[in-house]
Design a protein. Sequence first.
Length: 394
Amino acid sequence: MTDLIATKPGNSGIRSWLAVASVATAAFVVITTEFLPIGLLGTIAADVHVSVGTAGLMVAIPGIVAAVAAPSLTLLTNKIDRRLLLIGFAALVMLSNVIVALSSSFATILAGRVLLGICVGGFCTFAVAVGRRLVPEAQGSRATAIILAGVSIGTVVGLPIGTALGALAGWRFAFGCVAGFAGLTVLSQALLLSSLPNRDVTTFGLLAGLFKIPAMRVGFLASALTAAGHFAAYTYLQPYLSRIVHLTPSGVTWTLAAYGSAGIVGTFASERAANRSLRWTFFVVSLFLGLAILTAAAFSADRIGSIAAVVTWGAAFGAVPVCTQIWTYRSAPERFEPASAMGITVFQIALAAGSFGGGVVVDYAGLLPAFLLGGALALACGLLLLLARAPSGE
């Protein structure tokens, strides 16, 4: 995979970093779109006449599609310029948001979200690996961290952005705004990215071989547990805040804004901490994630306690994508693109399973049992990391 992570000759200076910023911004838009419905589930469900649990399919469906798309696109696009792929995926995100914003039925909404799943699987697979090719080799790690920050920030601000825009002018307006932002990322990448031909060939055997690496297996399982646990509860965070904690609409918006802000802090703090001790950083992150979700359930009658738990939750989960990607890279740096693809598959399957499973629990047992499920899964990740070895380079 040396060609994939090699520096592109002559690609230096401010234009290189602007190119990195354009990819990071596009990654932010892709992931923000994935989680945008979470802050709008209640209003979307009421508008299209489905239950909140059924509306959760807007989160689960893209995860399932992305899980299939990530390795499939890696196998099918060996000869396609990565620049064209990134621009194409950003354009598809714009189309997905337009379809959802103009939809007249829940079936149409899900069709738009299927397109998004293709984008999530494809864009995230190629974007992080491409970052190292946009700048001089010595600065490759920083470029990767910036793009990962776009991914991480998207995971924690998609919900508050959706809630704020939805409160301003409705859920369709929220998707329309993100569609416009996606259009700007298409333009910026078209202007700033130079040709990025792929000179390596990814095969099914190469993908399957990743599971023979012990550290990679640990990383995939840790990613699955944190993703499933998080999304079993997080998909239904907005209904929890409004129905269980009884916050006003403005209170929900401010709480989610605090969640997102804490997530941004967690993203950048974890990058520094993981460079010192990846295993212990990931362990602490999963521990705080699980305890925060369980605390939110236990103190649901206490507004201050609930809000504090949600903010801690945001800080913890903001660190998860950083930890999982660094773990993946250290486990097999020479196979980073296919490893990223399989990592996305694992994460998205767990995301879909957690979101769907949480929806079933919500519909049949209520919101708080879904939070108990989510917290338990996150703590199971902490136990795994206590017993496991970190990748080489720890």
